[in-house]
Design a protein around this ligand. Structure first.
Ligand code: T3D
Length: 255
């Protein structure tokens, strides 16, 4: 069985981390599988991506039994986690983290690098890094600061406290929590909805919100004007306006 499984259902690509006995901890094979799957996800026929985990884990982060092989950790991060995080960030389509269970360390960073986090009621969240004397890497300092703000992110990430899924939702870390037995169907429905959306508009929105965090109002208004010019040239914009006029649901193509 591959350590990362990729399936397609219509325009949705699902990437499943598949080391359930180790709570989907990252080893070399997981990194390689994830890189290949995210490369596949660039296919324009894919209009939404789901990342999830097999078994009771989303991911417990770095496989701690493979640390000995790491050598230069900085180089290892650049060659592995950074490739994944940057691939997710630059994908011009929505990426959902379907957090089915335990989410710790670099697994938490991976979830935070995604555009949307949905969680099963079996999920919980653990910083992990501080528990072994490390700092939040793989985007953990960047994304958690943006999602939670510095005071909350700092306090939590230096405590190694287990966060319940209810608290994660109250904090805005996950947007929706669903009973575990209903979770796969819920994720599939949400992903299908997104994949049937105006993909260029969604991709431009993803980029705008990323830029907004470090932009001035003037610069952001200009970026919006440029992005809207691009969105207004898509077939989906014409279809959206036509569908409104004809009082029917739009049929977006992603073009
Ligand atoms: O160079 C670099 O790689 C730097 C990058 C670092 C990035 C990081 O991710 S650092 C943080 C690494 N992650 C952790 O420190 C979390 C370690 N795991 C835990 O603290 C706990 O397992 C959890 C809180 C996540 C879950 O606890 P629990 O009680 O639900 O499960 P468990 O019994 O601890 O784990 C189940 C199995 O998974 C167990 O294996 P066994 O005994 O049944 O054979 C456990 O050893 C294994 N496992 C869990 N996490 C890892 C792991 N095996 C390898 N690496 C793990 N990270």
């Amino acid at each position: 069985m591959a350590e990362v499984e990729t399936t397609r259902d219509g325009a949705v690509q699902t990437i499943t981390l598949n080391r359930p006995d180790k709570l989907n901890a990252f080893n070399r094979a997981v990194h390689e599988g994830l890189h290949a799957a995210l490369e596949d996800a660039r296919d324009p026929a894919v209009r939404a991506v789901v990342i999830t985990g097999a078994g009771r884990g989303f991911s417990a982060g770095q496989d701690l039994t493979e640390f000995g092989e790491a050598g230069d950790i900085g180089q290892m991060l650049r060659a592995t986690y950074h490739v994944t995080v940057l691939a997710i960030h630059s994908l011009e389509k929505p990426v959902i983290a379907a957090v089915n269970g335990v989410c710790a360390g670099a697994g938490l960073s991976l979830a935070c690098a995604c555009d949307i986090r949905l969680a099963s009621d079996a999920a919980f969240f653990v910083p992990g890094f501080v528990g072994i004397g490390l700092i939040p890497d793989s985007g953990g300092s960047y994304f958690l600061q943006r999602l939670l703000g510095t005071p909350r992110a700092f306090e939590w990430m230096t405590s190694n406290r287990r966060l319940t899924v209810e608290d994660a939702q109250a904090w805005g870390l996950v947007s929706e929590v669903v009973a575990a037995d209903e979770f796969p169907a819920f994720v599939a429905e949400r992903a299908a909805e997104l994949s049937a959306g105006p993909t260029r508009s969604i991709a431009l929105t993803k980029r705008l919100y990323d830029e907004a965090a470090t932009s001035t109002l003037e610069d952001q208004l200009e970026r919006e004007a440029e992005a809207q010019t691009e969105a207004a040239q898509t077939e989906d914009f014409r279809e959206g306006v036509a569908a409104f006029g004809e009082k029917r649901a739009p049929r977006f193509s992603g073009r």
